[in-house]
Write a protein that binds this ligand. Sequence first.
Ligand code: ADP
Ligand code: MG
Length: 241
Amino acid sequence: MTEEIIVSFQHVEKVFDEEKVLKDISFELEKGKFYTLLGPSGCGKSTILNLVAGFTSPSEGKIILNGVETNNTPPNKRKVNTVFQDYALFPHMNVFDNVAFGLKIKKMKKNVIEEKVMSALQMVRLNGFEQREVSEMSGGQRQRVAIARALVNEPDVLLLDEPLSALDLKLRTDMQYELRELQRRLGITFLFVTHDQEEALAMSDEIMVMKEGEIIQTGSPTDIYDEPINRYVADFIGESN
Ligand code: ADP
Ligand code: MG
């Protein structure tokens, strides 16, 4: 059986100010798996997410979503949503209004919005918190609100850009488990970004290790840990924080 390919990059390059920040990036993401882009700051991880989301377009190459070439499809026409590191929530709005925000802009009917918001809150186990103001919530709860807001659009792919790096160690470990469990439960594709190799090893089905705008190794956590392709990967994986 061939797996369903949700995202495909074919020889994608990105140039900013005459500098090539992504070089010949090719990969495929299958439906329902947890993928991680792992690499140090500045290697191009967020740029890859921005290309999947449609916030920016490739300078070269093709991006194919659900079998359709998507280089110039606007973000709101893609079944892709992003959870940002700072969550980008509205602190003085309640949970319901934060999650409903994008749906209201799309002018959906009130009862449809309500149904979708309640279902998204259920997914992250925040039902009962609808009226709570975000500024009164803990870091872990805010994270879940941000995830619910992304899930409310029923994406095929959820992009997560270093969502755990601002959290303290204990909460980070809890959230690693929670995100992994959520991904399995929902069966949607996650593309997760981190510079933390322990996080990548703990969470992923597949890790793409990046260095200076290139993906230099792709494999399961076991592959990457047991058989690093070169000294760079070995050193990077062996570092601890
Ligand atoms: P990472 O997320 O791995 O830290 P980024 O994808 O944010 O890396 O950045 C990769 C490189 O591209 C960096 O050198 C960064 O300065 C550059 N870059 C990213 N976005 C822009 C932009 N909008 N304009 C110019 N340069 C950018
Ligand atoms: Mg980044």
